[in-house]
Design a protein around this ligand. Structure first.
Ligand SMILES: Cc1cc2nc3c(=O)[nH]c(=O)nc-3n(C[C@H](O)[C@H](O)[C@H](O)COP(=O)(O)OP(=O)(O)OC[C@H]3O[C@@H](n4cnc5c(N)ncnc54)[C@H](O)[C@@H]3O)c2cc1C
Length: 417
C-alpha cells in the first residue's frame, strides 16, 4: 500500500502509453510511480519521433493475403519502404512465420475488427485527457490524405472496402481534388483517399511533456531508473529491482514499447514482440507546403507539417533494437520527399525509432497470464500514438476492477501461449 492507504502501482516506461496509463490510474485513486531509464524531457522514445497522426480510421492491418506477393519485390527494391538488416534475419524468422500465418483473410478481418473497436474510442479518450492541458496550436483537425499512382490501386481497393464495411468515414479523391487540398505537391498521383476524422499534432514531444508535467502536478512520482528485474514477495507483490534500488508495489504495468520483451520473458511468457524500425528527418521552415499529413503509398512514406518543419517519416526496417541507424534509409526518405517537393533544401535531425510490433498486429493490453499483479500495455505498432489515451483508460479500468463493456480477450497475452 502507498500513502494514505492508496494501492501503489509502478508503471514502467514513460512513452505515450506509460504516461497516459499513469494519468488514468491517478484519476482512479491509485498512487502511481512512473519509471523510465530515460528522462522524458529528452523526448527520445518512439512516442517523440512519430508522424504525429491520430489515425482513428487505420484499422486494416498490414497482414493481408496480397502483401505476401508484394514483400519479395519490396525487399529487393533498395529505394522501397521495406528493409532488412541481414544480421537480424535468423532472430526474426519465428516472428515472420507467425506474421505469414496471420495474413489469411479471416485473421486480417479479426485484427481489423478489434483494432477498430479501440481506434473508434481513441479520439474521445484523448479529448478527456486534453481537457487538463493546453493543446492550443498543437492539435489540428484537418484529416489526412493517402495518394498513389495507378500501379498500386489493387490493394488499395481491398483496404477501402474493408474500411467501408467497418463504417470508417472516407472520401475517394480524384487528382484535381488532391491538388485543391494540397496544391504544392508535385502532380504525380492518380488517385487518393481522404480520412476527414484524422487529426495530427504539430509536436508530439510537447504533448508528451505536457501530459508528463500534468502527471507530476497531480501527485505522480517519477524515477529515472532502468528496471532490470521483477521478482515476487511471499504475498505475490511485485518487487522491482532497478539499476539504483529495489521497490515493492501492489501492482506493476509494463509499458516499455518495443523493449517490453526483456521484462515479459521474466514473467515466463513467450510473447513474440519485435520491432519495425522507422525513421524521420526534418526540413526546417517548409511546413507551409502542407496543411495536413500526406502518405504516398507507393513509396511507403509520409510527411507531416510540424513546428520543426516538414517531418518526413517512413520505412519498415526489420533489424532489432541494437543495429545502428542506416544512412541509406535516411537518404531514401530525403530523396522521396524531394521527389514530391523539389524545392526542399537541406534536411536535419536524422532519427531512428522502434515500433513495438506483434505478428498479428494487435497490441497486448491486459493482465499477465502467470502473475495477477502484473499488467501489460505494449505492441501498438504503427498506431501507438493514436492509442495512448484509450489504452490508459482500459488499463486503469482493469486495475480498478471496473467493467469496460469491451471484448478485451483479443488483446490478451494468452493468445500466444
Ligand atoms: C517512424 C514512426 C512513425 C510513427 N508514426 C505514428 C503515427 O503517426 N501515429 C501513431 O499512432 N503511431 C505512430 N507510430 C507508432 C508509435 O510511435 C508507437 O507505437 C508508440 O510511440 C509506442 O509507444 P510506447 O509508449 O509503447 O513506447 P515508447 O514510446 O517506445 O516508450 C517506451 C519507454 O520505455 C522505456 N523503457 C524501456 N525499457 C525500460 C526499462 N527496462 N526500464 C525503464 N524504462 C524502460 C523507454 O526509455 C521509453 O521511454 C510511429 C512509430 C515510428 C517509429
Amino acid at each position: 500500500m502507498g500513502e494514505e492507504g492508496k494501492s501503489s502501482v509502478a508503471v514502467i516506461g514513460a512513452g505515450i502509453q506509460g504516461i497516459c496509463i499513469s494519468l488514468c490510474l491517478i484519476k482512479k485513486g491509485f498512487e502511481v510511480t512512473l519509471l523510465d531509464c530515460e528522462e522524458p524531457r529528452l523526448g527520445l522514445s518512439a512516442s517523440y519521433g512519430n508522424a504525429g497522426h491520430f489515425s482513428s480510421y487505420a484499422s486494416v492491418p498490414i497482414n493481408r493475403p496480397d502483401i505476401l506477393i508484394d514483400i519479395p519485390a519490396m525487399l529487393l527494391n533498395t529505394t522501397g519502404p521495406l528493409a532488412l538488416k541481414w544480421n537480424y534475419v535468423p532472430k526474426m524468422i519465428p516472428w515472420f512465420w507467425k506474421f505469414i500465418k496471420n495474413c489469411s483473410e479471416k485473421n486480417m478481418r479479426h485484427t481489423a475488427k478489434y483494432m477498430h473497436q479501440i481506434l473508434d474510442l481513441a479520439l474521445p479518450a484523448y479529448d478527456e485527457l486534453f481537457r487538463d492541458i493546453d493543446i492550443s496550436g498543437l492539435v489540428e483537425n484537418k484529416g489526412i490524405i493517402y495518394f498513389w499512382t495507378n500501379k498500386d490501386l489493387k490493394s488499395r481497393e481491398l483496404e477501402i472496402n474493408m474500411r467501408k464495411e467497418l463504417g470508417v468515414e472516407q472520401q475517394i479523391l480524384k487528382p484535381h481534388e488532391i491538388h485543391d487540398l494540397e496544391p504544392h505537391i508535385r502532380k504525380i498521383y492518380h488517385g487518393g483517399v481522404f480520412y476527414p476524422s484524422a487529426r495530427h499534432t504539430r509536436n508530439p514531444r510537447k504533448i508528451l511533456l505536457r501530459l508528463f508535467e500534468l502527471f507530476l502536478k497531480q501527485g505522480g512520482h517519477f524515477k529515472k531508473q532502468n528496471v532490470e528485474t521483477i521478482n515476487f514477495s511471499f504475498d505475490n507483490k511485485p518487487n522491482i529491482k532497478t539499476n539504483l534500488n529495489s521497490y515493492i508495489f501492489d501492482k506493476v504495468v509494463i509499458a516499455c514499447g518495443a523493449f517490453s520483451k526483456k521484462l515479459t520473458d521474466q514473467m515466463n511468457e513467450k510473447i513474440p514482440l519485435d520491432t519495425e524500425r522507422g525513421y524521420h528527418v526534418h526540413f526546417k521552415g517548409h511546413d507551409y507546403l502542407l496543411s495536413r499529413p500526406i502518405i504516398f503509398l507507393n513509396k511507403g512514406f509520409g510527411i507531416t507539417p510540424m513546428e520543426q518543419g516538414l517531418r518526413v517519416v517512413g520505412t519498415v526496417e526489420f533489424g532489432g533494437l541494437d543495429n545502428p541507424l542506416s544512412k541509406k534509409r535516411i537518404s531514401n526518405l530525403v530523396n522521396n520527399a524531394r521527389y514530391l517537393f523539389p524545392e526542399l533544401s537541406e534536411h536535419y535531425d536524422e532519427w531512428l525509432g522502434f515500433r513495438p510490433s506483434l505478428p498479428d498486429f494487435l497490441p497486448v493490453i491486459g493482465r499477465s497470464k502467470n502473475y495477477q499483479n502484473i499488467f501489460y500495455a505494449f505492441g501498438h505498432h504503427h498506431l501507438g500514438w493514436t492509442l495512448g489515451a484509450i489504452t490508459g483508460k482500459i488499463i486503469a479500468n482493469m486495475l480498478a476492477g471496473e467493467n469496460t463493456n469491451l471484448d478485451l480477450s483479443p488483446y490478451s497475452s494468452g493468445r500466444f501461449n
